[in-house]
Design a protein around this ligand. Structure first.
Ligand SMILES: [Zn+2]
Length: 583
């Protein structure tokens, strides 16, 4: 490994990495963590967790050999005791570093020393992009893309009739999504990696997870929305079909180690006030006195946002109409996660009857852009297709692939916007993957004692019978007699039925009297179904995220920075460079 060193002192410090005594007065952890690679002039909290109770005078904190206070220039807070009085800590909140390069941070006490190394990068001084559009399909995997391409575009004699819009972009890379604490990440820290440029831990948004229990006091990192507010006059938009407080949309504004702090996350949206917020999750905006509210207080955030100048929309037509004139738009279309494309347009299952006028994501995208582009300084828009993931967890591949096609329609619309507005950086990706894979086809007309025998592989697979006569890009029927055979590799016990479920999302496993998840017997008597034994611990009710790489595609200013394999934090860097946010 080759490391370019900022100074001889850093060299000496780097050489001592790993020398860390567990005796008293050593450093247990330093935040930002070792190997953090982040941007100049972006705010972060610095924390040193010592492994015992110490006198401040017995601890030295040096950065590249100098007293750290000369480099970070903030107000130090020494916490004599934390974690039940067992250890001391040193804090410096809201600091930033102006000069790029390697920074070796060494904490030494009576009991030993610890060093971490940060890698600071700068950005150009001048903006290259007027707008940045980041489109994230939560959980988007290669299997989703392939199934969506077959079902939406068709394939004949081995040749695809057309690529998906998300394929048809000039720059592509693979992204690694692992987090600080684990190789298998969740959507909180994966989205935070995009929004802050720092890796974090499972369930954490915009913070490193420190050792104290409180969920909102952890070491923070500035999000791209906060940087945009501080350094530019741009507008910010957040669109999702999940709850707006769910991990991916929340990552634009939130700082908490607990993504489930959803009521507080609404307050964090209120602090940043993105000009556009469209999605589900109204239950956390409403005071507890309102039926259906999930708040524990009587704050009415809908009213607060309206007082702050937001137009409110609660259905598709209201959103379209409001987007014409509004320069601030709050659209809440469901108390929880919105319904998917397949339920809204074909199955009429799940909660469509209760919420009959939810917009398509393409409509939300168009409404968001209409509002955001009123700001002549440009805009940042993060749109999440959250349901690709929500339907992949319960192994409902039909619904999740329909969502992938719906997401691709957003990409198509965004590509047209970029054709007309080439000063826009467009990035399309997922945030982690699922274990979804296309194995061949299933043909109801094949003989066999159960549906398993009707699966065709290799030459027996042939081609499925999806048709798109109305040319909307979606199969007219998602349940033809010969359809794709799609399976998940990591799953609980379940009954494989080889068919879609129109009434409601598939529920693969349910808890038994021992508290273990077993196959849901509701599907036992579906003709041809059989039991598939799980390969995950019996505590897992659903399929899980996988560690497999993500695909990212991009176009526009600075998109050429995407190539080869990259860590997910580089998505932040590419956007920040395009907007010159490190200045
Ligand atoms: Zn997920």
């Amino acid at each position: 490994m080759q490391i370019k060193l900022a100074s001889a002192a850093a060299a000496a410090a780097i050489a001592s990495i790993g020398i860390f005594s567990s005796a008293c007065a050593g450093a247990a952890e330093i935040y930002p963590v070792d190997k953090a690679r982040f941007m100049t002039n972006a705010k972060f909290d610095f924390k040193v967790e010592l492994d015992s109770v110490v006198d401040r005078g017995d601890v030295s904190i040096k950065i590249n050999g100098e007293d750290y206070r000369k480099v970070l220039k903030g107000d130090e807070v020494f916490v004599g005791t934390e974690i039940d009085g067992n250890a001391s800590a040193v804090w410096m909140r809201g600091v930033e570093i102006a000069k790029p390069g390697k920074y070796a941070v060494t904490v030494s006490g009576k009991g030993g020393s610890k060093t971490v190394v940060w890698d600071l990068y700068a950005t150009p001084q001048k903006r290259r992009a007027k707008n940045v559009i980041l489109l994230i399909a939560d959980g988007l995997s290669v299997g989703h893309r392939t199934a969506a391409r077959i079902m939406s575009k068709g394939v004949e004699n081995g040749m695809y009739n057309a690529p998906l819009a998300m394929d048809d972009m000039p720059h592509m890379a693979l992204l690694g999504t692992s987090s600080v604490d684990t190789i298998a990440a969740d959507s909180a820290n994966t989205a935070s990696a995009y929004m802050t440029g720092h890796k974090s831990s499972v369930n954490a948004l915009g913070v490193y997870v420190d050792r104290t229990k409180a969920t909102q006091d952890d070491p923070r990192q500035e999000t791209i929305a906060e940087l945009i507010r501080r350094k530019t006059g741009m507008a910010v938009g957040v669109v999702s079909d999940a709850e707006l407080e769910d991990a991916t949309p929340a990552s634009v504004v939130a700082h908490t180690r607990r993504r489930a702090d959803k009521a507080d996350i609404v307050g964090m949206f209120y602090d940043v006030k993105p000009e556009v917020m469209l999605g589900g999750g109204s239950a956390y905006f409403l005071p507890k006195s309102t039926p259906g509210s999930k708040r524990k207080d009587n704050i009415n955030y809908i009213e607060l946002f309206q007082k702050a100048g937001y137009e409110l929309a609660t259905d598709r037509e209201g959103m379209m109409k409001a987007s014409e004139k509004a320069d601030r738009l709050l659209g809440l279309f469901h108390t929880g996660n919105m319904d998917g494309w397949l339920d809204r347009h074909q199955f009429k299952g799940n909660t469509v009857k209760k919420f009959p006028n939810q917009p398509d994501l393409t409509e939300s995208f168009a409404a968001a852009v209409k509002v955001l582009e009123k700001n002549k300084e440009g805009f940042f828009l993060m749109l999440e297709a959250g349901l690709v993931d929500k339907f992949s967890h319960p192994l409902d591949w039909t619904r999740s692939v329909a969502e992938t096609i719906a997401f691709d329609k957003v990409v198509e619309t965004a590509q047209k916007y970029c054709d007309a507005h080439p000063e826009t950086l467009l990035i399309v990706t997922g945030d982690h993957t699922h274990s979804i894979s296309v194995a061949g086809t299933i043909d109801d007309n094949k003989p066999g004692r159960d549906s398993r025998e009707k699966v065709g592989v290799y030459a027996n697979a042939g081609y499925p019978h999806y048709e798109d006569k109305d040319k909307d890009g979606f199969p007219d029927n998602f349940y033809p007699d010969k359809r794709l055979a799609v399976f998940f590799g990591a799953h609980p016990d379940y009954y494989e039925t080889y068919r879609p479920f129109a009434e409601a999302t598939f529920t693969p496993a349910v808890k038994n009297e021992k508290g273990e998840y077993v196959a849901n017997a509701v599907y036992k008597d579906v003709p041809g179904a059989h039991l598939v034994e799980g390969n995950l611990p019996r505590s897992e009710p659903q399929g899980v995220h996988t560690v497999d790489d993500l695909v990212v595609t991009a176009r526009g200013p600075n998109a050429e920075a995407f190539h080869g394999f990259m860590n997910s934090t580089e998505v932040f860097r590419v956007m920040a460079e395009a907007l010159a946010l490190g200045r």
